[in-house]
Ligand binder design. Structure first.
Ligand SMILES: *[C@@H]1O[C@H](CO)[C@@H](O)[C@H](O)[C@H]1NC(C)=O
Length: 630
């Protein structure tokens, strides 16, 4: 893969070298062919990238922004070459300013700085260039470019909408009234779709909300015309037409009709790309032992009919017809009468007899709808799921870890300070424990609200989670009914409290590990696992260091004590000795130092895990990078 990057760059460089005035034929600049001398032809399909201009009128000597971005969200561009050309004679016009970032550079094609190209193999999301209109030209121009998604995937002659260069301010003002978008004297940039160039217009969004109900991922992508996965439903007589389009590299896109917003007992229409053709299939979702499946086996395949199917620019496009009334797995689906949730899912692999894991994306509509009524659908919010995950991570990895360390190793530190009449370690232990109990209660309620009861997936995560929270509440009760230090029950209390605290903590970490496997959580399992394992390692190392410190200071302090007698675990020799003197056990500064490092690392881990939870599914972004690499 690397090699291909290099070849692309070298071939591009050779060609661009030819653009240099010294000796290179200017015609090389004019072909805009970045890959010279090999036989890979330019794509003739609709380009996946477009050029957007800040304005459609510009005065002489004025600056203007020119952007190159993808038609599809998040698709990256690997190479480009762009120049402004006169519509009268095709000559290269104007000059680009030196780019601010290292993604682009300016080269000379006949005249100084009139062409911009990429300057690294880095994948780029959005290229922003500044172009200066010439002083000696009046008339219509267009930006012409070669845009490459990859070494073997590029479009030559991708043009912007026309741009008019006018003589001076007066003429500029006159022309404003005739242009649809007023030219602001400040030249503040507003990104606008390439309205002029109807070739680049994505027709799929036309009629959304007018004659068809549209549903897209990510949320609000219909308004911005930038959906990665898209489904629309249109009524034609007693037939319902499902129109779907996948992300590039998808092997399927599927839309399910569901009585709720979850998988299970849903009738699914799939458009799959298999063996070079697009086909429509029907399947039925089942949930068993926490596993989701959507087998086609047992589902009549004549329920739906493919009206149109094509594989275009790496994307599956299909139109599938479904009668208003169907009987699937003995369940009646009456689209004209009943309301259904729409579930949309897409993935990059097929299995025999069903689609594979939804690794590209998936979403459920926020509400059940009557598909005969046209609307634009919003996806169900994932807020509660994310809140649950974030709170649990904050509680169990954050506050609990510190609470345990404080109670176990800091009883003999900060002896001279107190908070509200309590020892400092105890005050902090209590505060952190109260946070743990309160937040895990909220997180538990949140997840039950999200699922309106017990999670239908019925996973080990659910059981472990409930057990952990139960122990946590029990631990709270035990802690608050603590007998006095002189009570004969105190040693028993110490052991039970220690045991429950650790049991809950260990179980909670195991529970968090199991969340990675949950489809709903959509977590990037590799990264999430690595961070969790790092947490465990840091936790163990910190405890080893604290214990070692404890032993050392015990030994040192014991030398100062003449009589040794063991009473219980909290009454070590040093405790007895120091309890009377109100003095820190030895090595207190070092203990505090380790605690500080431990706390900082834990805060970093909590922050990164919460970021992964809140931004999930990051798989989406990743899959686009993977797509560009393969
Ligand atoms: C853009 O460049 C290509 C390649 O040189 C050329 O074939 C095409 O005619 C140009 N289009 C315009 C509008 O200049």
């Amino acid at each position: 893969m690397r090699l291909i990057h290099i070849v692309f760059i070298i071939t591009a460089q050779i060609n661009l070298l030819q653009c240099l005035p010294q000796g290179a034929p200017q015609s090389a600049c004019y072909t805009l062919m970045p890959i010279h001398g090999n036989n890979i032809p330019a794509l003739t399909s609709e380009p996946l990238f477009r050029i957007s201009l800040q304005n459609d009128v510009v005065g002489q000597r004025q600056k203007m922004r020119v952007e190159i971005n993808s038609v599809i969200n998040d698709l990256t561009i690997k190479g480009f070459m762009i120049q402004a050309r006169s519509l009268q004679d095709g000559s290269v016009i104007g000059e680009f300013s030196a780019p601010q970032d290292r993604l682009a550079k300016i080269i000379d094609c006949g005249n100084v700085g009139n062409t911009a190209t990429h300057s690294s193999t880095e994948l780029k999301r959005n290229i922003v260039l500044e172009w200066n209109a010439p002083t000696d030209f009046i008339g219509d121009i267009v930006f012409n470019s070669t845009l490459a998604q990859d070494y073997d995937k590029f479009w030559v002659g991708v043009t912007s909408s026309p741009l008019k260069i006018v003589a001076d301010d007066q003429e500029l003002k006159n022309s404003i009234s005739t242009t649809r978008q007023p030219l602001k004297p400040t030249y503040s940039y507003t990104s606008k779709p390439n309205a002029e160039n109807t070739n680049n217009e994505d027709m799929i969004y036309n009629e959304c909300g007018n004659s068809k109900t549209c549903f897209g991922i990510p949320n609000n992508c219909i308004q911005t015309r930038s959906c990665v996965s898209f489904t629309a439903v249109k009524v034609e007589g007693d037939k319902y037409i499902f129109e779907m389009r996948s992300a590039p590299r998808a092997a399927y896109i599927a839309t399910g009709l569901s009585s709720d917003d979850k998988m299970g007992d849903d009738s699914v229409v799939e458009c799959i790309y298999d063996a070079g053709s697009v086909r429509a299939m029907s399947s039925w979702t089942i949930v068993a032992n926490g596993k989701f499946d959507a087998p086609r086996n047992g589902v009549a395949q004549n329920i739906v009919q493919l009206k149109e199917g094509r594989f275009e620019n790496g994307m599956i496009y299909c139109q599938v017809e479904r009668p208003a009334l169907t009987l699937v797995n003995n369940v009646e689906f009456d689209l004209s009468k009943n309301r259904y949730y729409l579930l949309m899912a897409s993935g990059s692999k097929l299995r025999t007899g069903s689609v594979d894991y939804h690794d590209i994306n998936r979403a459920a509509s926020a509400s059940a709808l009557n598909l005969a009524e046209i609307s634009n659908i919003a996806a169900k919010s994932k807020f509660l799921l994310r809140l649950h995950g974030s709170l649990m991570v904050l509680t169990w990895i954050g506050s609990t870890s510190i609470a345990i360390a404080m109670a176990r190793y800091f009883k003999l530190t900060w002896r001279r300070s107190s908070m509200c009449g309590k020892d400092l370690w105890f005050a902090w232990h209590q505060i952190l424990v109260i946070i743990t109990i309160a937040l895990s209660a909220v997180a538990l309620i949140v997840i039950f609200v999200e699922f309106k009861g017990w999670s239908p997936a019925n996973t080990i995560h659910s059981y472990l989670g409930v057990i952990t929270t139960a122990i946590c509440f029990l631990q709270g009760l035990i802690g608050f009914s603590r007998p006095s230090p002189s009570s004969k029950n105190r040693p028993l209390f110490n052991w039970v409290h220690w045991f429950c605290g650790n049991a809950a903590h260990i179980l909670s970490i195991v529970t968090i590990f199991t969340s990675v496997k949950l489809e709903k959580a959509e977590l990037p399992s590799d990264v999430f696992d690595i961070i969790l394992v790092s947490y465990v390692v840091i936790h163990v190392i910190a405890h080893l260091l604290f214990s070692l410190m404890g032993c050392l200071s015990d030994r040192k302090d014991a030398q100062k004590v003449t009589s040794l007698h063991m009473t219980d675990m909290s009454q070590s020799p040093r405790t007895q000795m120091i309890a009377s003197v109100k003095q820190d056990a030895s090595y207190a500064p070092f203990r505090k130092f380790i605690l500080a490092i431990y706390a900082i690392l834990i805060i970093l881990i909590v922050i990164s895990l919460i970021i992964l939870i809140v931004l999930a599914p990051i798989k989406d972004f990743k899959s686009f990078f993977d797509y560009n690499k393969s």
